[in-house]
Design a protein around this ligand. Structure first.
Ligand code: PBG
Length: 310
């Protein structure tokens, strides 16, 4: 009766990993319970999400190696895996929201989110590529484009390009405060960018975990450039940032409970070191308490099933 926060399926967004081909399903070793699925096998999952009241899914492609290159041109191929998945899901489940990730890492041979010259990220050239990618996703029917690349100036540039192309209804969810985090490890295994990235890191464009005020400056820029929603990522180690952003901007504020956070709970659970189910639910409600309006979590479908049973 007096609980201050509540978790419902409407608060949850399920990230999904898409495989090329059909009838294909692969377990992800570092993310127990999560699979990469080809588009045909994704459809029943999308249907289940709708039944459970999950408002949206976030799609991530596993790009075949032969489609990757230094310039990431596959990112704006209207027939790439993402576009095919978006069209199929929209046909099958028109009411399910689709969030499309905007960043070049699934498509670059070097695994960086941006274009490189002499090993350095080219901010402005990358923004031009992101505009093409975002418009491509929007044309395929994506409801929300979500730049996760952390280049400067991309929100305003993407908004302008979408509007000019008549796609003013497409929303932008900015990964506004995204930290250079070790918790992304299992995700990079899942999409196959870990091998491309090698020993390199993303510290010149993702944020320093030591910084909180900088997150507010990053969010302020994206809000000024017309982001509809902002995201903080990773999740639990940055609950203070979620609270500060929510209080300062009062914009729809999302949290990403990332792959490493999911994997830690699952791994400890498998060892019998903690009750993984209880720890997962506790993590999810913590996001609500911290002020998040919605949470991207690999446990979204599972948690929604559980909430329904309760
Ligand atoms: C890359 C991207 C990453 C994640 C989502 N988009 C990883 C990275 O920045 O290397 C991580 C998500 C997760 O760990 O669950 N654009």
């Amino acid at each position: 009766m007096v609980a201050e926060s509540r978790l419902t399926p409407a608060d949850l967004i399920q990230p999904l990993f898409i495989l090329d081909g059909s009838g294909r399903r692969q377990a992800i070793e570092s993310m127990p319970g999560i699979e990469r699925l080809s588009v045909d096998l994704l459809l029943p999952v999308a249907e289940r999400a709708v039944e459970l009241g999950i408002p949206a899914v976030a799609l991530f492609p596993v790009t075949p190696a032969e489609c990757k290159c230094e310039h990431a041109v596959e990112a704006w191929n209207d027939d790439n895996l993402m576009c095919r998945a978006i069209r199929a899901i929209k046909r099958h489940c028109p009411d399910l929201g689709i969030i499309g990730d905007v960043a070049l890492d699934p498509y670059t041979s070097h695994g960086q989110d941006g274009l490189l010259r002499n090993g350095l990220i080219l901010n402005d050239e990358t923004v031009e590529a992101l505009i093409r990618q975002a418009c491509c996703l929007a044309r395929a029917g994506c409801d929300i484009v979500a730049p996760s690349d952390m280049m400067d100036g991309r929100i305003g540039a993407i908004r302008k390009a979408l509007d000019e192309a008549g796609m003013d209804q497409t929303m932008i969810l900015s990964y506004a405060a995204k930290y250079a985090s070790a918790f992304y490890g299992p995700f990079r295994d899942a999409v196959g960018s870990a091998g491309c990235l090698g020993k390199a890191d993303k510290k010149t464009y993702q944020m320093d975990p030591a910084n909180g005020c900088e997150a507010l400056r990053e969010v302020a820029l994206d809000v000024a450039e017309a982001a509809d929603m902002v995201m903080i990522k990773p999740g639990l180690p940055y609950l203070d940032v979620i609270r500060r952003v929510k209080d300062a901007f009062q914009l729809p504020t999302l949290a990403y409970h990332v792959s490493g956070e999911y994997a830690m709970i699952k791994a400890a659970g498998e060892k019998g070191w903690l009750d993984a189910d209880a720890a997962m639910m506790e993590s999810l409600i913590a996001f609500k308490r911290a002020g998040a309006d919605a949470v991207l979590s690999y446990a979204a479908l599972w948690a929604a099933e559980r909430l329904r049973r309760e």
